[in-house]
Design a protein around this ligand. Structure first.
Ligand SMILES: [Zn+2]
Length: 357
């Protein structure tokens, strides 16, 4: 499996100016190359290189390899639609390969610019740091909101998946962000509190509507999404670790079913509907793949109404959103844990059926 990680560069003011100038020269070269490709109806890298390479190098002060990258970028875009001449934003991305970018130790990177090679520090989350030893191939240099980032592709998923008989059932987004069939819940009230505090501040700033309030709002949103991402990383990591340590797979509800249900029944609408569950599922999926933990998606129908003790399915088994109490046998517990038990069983059944087939 391939993953993209984001690394933030910390250039000096001069280095930042060099990076910007490099992007501008590079994309200006791309525009000229696009005109040449278009007028010659040439969508072939080797051909375009023959026609334009020397002229572009001389006119835009690009290195040999950077000229090759510019040609590759133009051909890639032009190939998609030959009826129009592509144009490029001045600060559009540059693809860096190993010839023009190299990692120095664990905290610096050497990047080729129009002013020569520049060595600068970079930062990333602890998770990214741990994975950077797997970096292969190229990185995209991106300029966003006045800052420079490298988008790095890494190869993961070297561990072949096992074939467990038991599945850790995980219910997402009912009372907690996640709950498993062991009775463990993942969220914590502090998350809800923090989100409420953010929401209040957001309303206040929106009412103000001034330029500085808007700027603050934008920063606040970025901070919230970083926060959500961090929480999703931590929760998915804990769940995958637990499954691996106990020799279980992971079972989740099929996402399509959950979407259908939230539109149909208001009473079962997820508590954390604004939470980024899509991201949490994506993190669970790739972390499970990396650790060789099989992940299955099961039929979500009635997971919250079925009694795991006697099998009774009835909507009255849910006296309120957070509680399960069976009207037939009296079995009771938190609604999300109970749903997770049903999800776990469906996961194990799913695996048994697959093995029998
Ligand atoms: Zn029952």
């Amino acid at each position: 499996m391939k993953l993209t990680m984001q690394v933030k560069l910390l250039p000096t003011a001069e280095q930042a100016a060099s990076l910007l100038k490099t992007m501008e020269q590079f994309n200006a070269a791309c525009d000229t190359l696009a005109a040449i490709a278009f007028s010659n109806k040439c969508a072939n890298k080797v051909e375009l290189q023959k026609i334009a390479y020397h002229g572009i190098r001389a006119d835009f002060g690009l290195s040999a390899q950077m000229t090759v990258r510019a040609i590759a970028k133009v051909v890639e875009v032009y190939k998609r639609d030959k009826s129009i001449q592509p144009s490029f934003r001045p600060h559009g991305a540059i693809v860096y390969d190993e010839r023009i970018l190299s990692w120095k130790g664990s905290d610096r990177v050497s990047v080729l610019t129009v002013d020569g090679r520049e060595i600068m520090p970079w930062v990333a989350g602890a998770y990214q740091h741990a994975r950077l030893d797997r970096v292969r191939g190229q990185a995209d240099l991106i300029y966003r909101d006045g800052q420079f980032f490298l988008y790095v592709t890494i190869d993961v998923g070297d561990v072949p998946p096992g074939d467990p008989t038991e599945y850790l059932g995980v219910d997402l987004g009912r009372k907690n962000i996640a709950a498993d069939n062991d009775g463990e819940t993942f969220s914590g009230a502090h998350i809800a509190n923090l989100r409420n505090r953010h929401a209040r501040l957001r309303r206040k700033l929106q009412k103000k509507g001034t330029k500085s309030a808007k700027r603050l709002l934008k920063r606040r949103r970025a901070k919230e999404s970083r926060f959500a991402r961090d929480v999703n990383h931590r929760i998915s990591k804990a769940i995958v670790r637990k499954a691996k340590d106990t020799g279980r797979g992971i079972a989740l509800e099929d996402l399509k079913g959950i979407r259908a249900r939230t539109t149909v029944r208001r009473s079962q609408r997820r508590a954390h509907h604004s939470w980024s569950f899509h991201q949490l599922r994506a993190f669970l999926t790739y972390k499970a793949a990396m650790e060789g933990v099989p992940l299955v998606c099961v039929d979500p129908r009635n997971t919250s109404r079925e009694c795991p003790c006697c099998g009774m399915i009835d909507k009255r088994n849910r006296p309120d959103r957070d509680t399960f109490r069976c009207i037939q046998c009296g079995h009771a517990g938190p609604a999300d844990t109970t749903a997770a038990v049903n999800i776990s069983r469906r996961g194990s059944r799913h695996a048994a059926e697959r093995r029998a087939a």
